[in-house]
Design a protein around this ligand. Structure first.
Ligand SMILES: NC(=O)c1ccc[n+]([C@@H]2O[C@H](COP(=O)([O-])OP(=O)(O)OC[C@H]3O[C@@H](n4cnc5c(N)ncnc54)[C@H](OP(=O)(O)O)[C@@H]3O)[C@@H](O)[C@H]2O)c1
Length: 313
């Protein structure tokens, strides 16, 4: 039976303008790095995605190598498009990226024109889309001329395969160069994706967030909950089934005494304000001038529901 989205889906969400652009993004966006691979239960993926869209989340963030295995998060997304979301395509802002290890050999990684162009074609195939709204260079490549990577982004927009482009995890001076290069070719950088959270403020300290504000480029924060550390998940140990218990990207040794002490301190501060730690952590990021959206992950609709409370904080 055809799925019908909630008619009240836009009632509670707040949207922020993405830099100096025509695009509004929800203050909370959903990422597909974990929980949407072929290893995950498809019905659970569908439940999270439907719930997100019903709550006014319109921005979905993918990358070529999200899974596992690589590519499978985009395939899950493609199936969701076919089975549920095709009628809502114009209400969705869909991003993908290339920049990390994707296929073997010299052309499946980093920032060459060869890799970016081929990767986007593959992503569109897996996601069953004609175009994405946003395509990112996923990381800075110190060995490829910046002009080559950036011109590939310009040409991707001109080809119609992406409406906007962004960069992720680029260092400050290369970012400044990128913003200028893209603007001069009438393909302004829409957004910078970097990690800002209570435990890691590097883009603030390094001047990236200020640069984005000055240049009218939006900023979206990935891992805003430090992969779950900034929730109640690890306050009393490492629960079964948690990302840390799987140990690949969030390893038990990252939960040092110092980190645990900080988390408990933030939790106390959150409680005095009547907030959960997750709500407090997300609201803090959204208060930073220049931040457009927080890009959360969720392994259940319950987590997403609790995290969405930050919008009211
Ligand atoms: N540009 C880049 O290089 C880059 C890098 C990393 C991520 N990203 C993007 O950012 C997105 C989000 O990253 P992330 O998944 O690390 O974000 P996150 O929001 O910091 O962490 C999400 C994880 O924390 C746990 N969690 C979330 N809410 C919770 C709650 N209320 N209570 C308890 N646990 C909770 C869940 O893990 P468990 O339930 O599994 O424990 C969930 O999967 C990614 O999907 C991706 O799109 C981009």
């Amino acid at each position: 039976m055809e799925w019908i989205a909630n008619e009240h889906r836009y009632d509670a969400m707040q949207y922020a303008r993405c830099g100096r652009s025509g695009v509004l993004l929800p203050k909370v966006s959903l990422g597909f790095w974990h929980n949407f691979g072929a290893v995950d239960d498809f019905e659970r993926c569908r439940e999270i995605m439907r719930y997100a869209f019903d709550q006014g989340i319109t921005h979905f963030d993918l990358a070529n190598n999200y899974g596992p295995p690589y590519g499978s998060a985009e395939q899950t997304f493609g199936r969701l498009m076919d089975e549920d979301f095709r009628p809502y395509r114009d209400e969705m802002f869909i991003a993908t990226k290339a920049g990390y290890d994707m296929w073997p050999g010299p052309y499946g990684n980093w920032g060459s024109r060869k890799y970016l162009m081929a990767s986007l074609d593959q992503s569109l195939g897996r996601m069953h889309l004609d175009y994405v709204d946003l395509f990112y260079s996923h990381r800075f490549d110190p060995h490829t001329p910046l002009e080559e990577t950036l011109q590939a982004l310009v040409d991707i927009v001109r080809s119609g395969k992406a409406l906007y482009v962004g960069i992720s995890r680029w260092p400050l001076e290369a970012t400044r160069f990128a913003f200028r290069y893209l603007r001069e070719r009438d393909v302004p950088c829409l957004i910078y994706q970097g990690r800002i959270n209570l435990l890691d403020r590097a883009p603030i300290e390094e001047g990236i967030l200020d640069l984005c504000r000055e240049e009218g480029v939006g900023f979206i924060s990935f891992s805003p909950l430090a992969q779950g550390l900034l929730t109640d998940r690890y306050l009393n140990g490492i629960p079964e089934g948690s990302r840390m218990s799987k140990g690949k990207f969030l390893r038990p040794e990252m939960l040092t005494d110092e980190v645990l002490q900080k988390i408990r301190q933030y939790n106390t501060e959150a409680q005095t304000e009547g907030l959960s730690l997750a709500e407090y952590a997300l609201a803090w990021i959204l208060r930073q001038p220049g931040v457009t959206s927080v890009l959360v992950g969720a392994s259940s609709t319950g987590q997403l529901e609790r995290n969405l409370a930050c919008i009211k904080s």
